[in-house]
Design a protein around this ligand. Sequence first.
Ligand SMILES: *Cc1c(COP(=O)(O)O)cnc(C)c1O
Length: 376
Amino acid sequence: MSLAPLDSTKLKITRVQTPSKPRPNEELVFGKTFTDHMLTIQWDATKGWYDPEIKPYAPFTLDPSSIVFHYAFELFEGLKAYRTADNKITMFRPDMNMRRMNKSASRICLPNFDSDELIKMIGTLIEQDKHLVPEGNGYSLYIRPTMIGTDAGLGVSVPSKAMIFVILSPVGPYYPTGFKAVKLEATDYAVRAWPGGCGDKKLGANYAPCVLPQSQAASRGYQQNLWLFGPEKNITEVGTMNAFFVLKDTNTGKKEITTAPLDGTILEGVTRDSILTLARERLDPKEWIINERYCSIKEIAEASEKGNLVEAFGAGTAAVVSPIKEIGWNDQHINVPLLPGEQSGPLTKEIASWISDIQYGRVQHSNWVKVVADLN
Ligand SMILES: *Cc1c(COP(=O)(O)O)cnc(C)c1O
């Protein structure tokens, strides 16, 4: 018997009796409240994908021996839908998230699926709750696709049952009152990801162990960890974002944008890719160099001493960019320049507006935007 592919034409929709009212924008807290509906899809190794369903948001029941609870067969994605200037609801580069979700699934022996079919079903889910997509710059609907292994039983083995579920959370801007630059602790006593590991996959198991080092850094006055790796103390990522540094290149007098290469320890951020693509398209190569290369904390400390550290920021879906103002490294305080009286450098600010202009439909960019609903 051949296995059933993911098929959006089989989607069954059960709507809530009374749709909820949108909350005022100022009450939206990231990931605290969810919309009226969720999407669930089942998988079985003998049948394939079955029972795709949109239904009222509610708890679900799983056997306590389910493989997800014991051995962390879980992976997730994070992307957003936006209400655009011309009153459409769109998703930003969902194909990138679906490709990454399939890669995460493969790494922990969970099933793959047809990306376009899941994008269609997520689109239909958002349509059910389109009145809950908040309006205004910086406001959006956070989309959390998740896959878990659901086999009951304590054996550690390849799951033969799985479920995809997707929930939606209306969210406000990461920085409600404008950028707030962060202080980072360069961390080498704990390691987020390593060669041959799975740090480049969005597996839940990668995140829980990072909360202790984060709270330790917080107790010393730092908001996030700047993750280092190896004897070279290479910078890998910042918290759960990709890290970017801007340095003055003393040989050429140009400015260099650097971020760590995708060597298997770095999460392949959609924001990272969007920034690199736009920087290569839009910045003058006579003035800028764009490099995916290793950059060590020692190099950053030296550049800072010589006045060659220009800017630093994190990049990810939640905040788009998050400016960095200081890095604590042993006894040193590495200061990152900011615009006078502001909380970011000029490039950080420019990149933030490049991306939000595309997300909110003020500027078009090839096929990065997928229309989910037209409210006109
Ligand atoms: C999700 C994530 C990112 C950012 O990815 P985006 O697709 O840009 O949101 C970066 N690093 C880690 C560790 C992540 O989990």
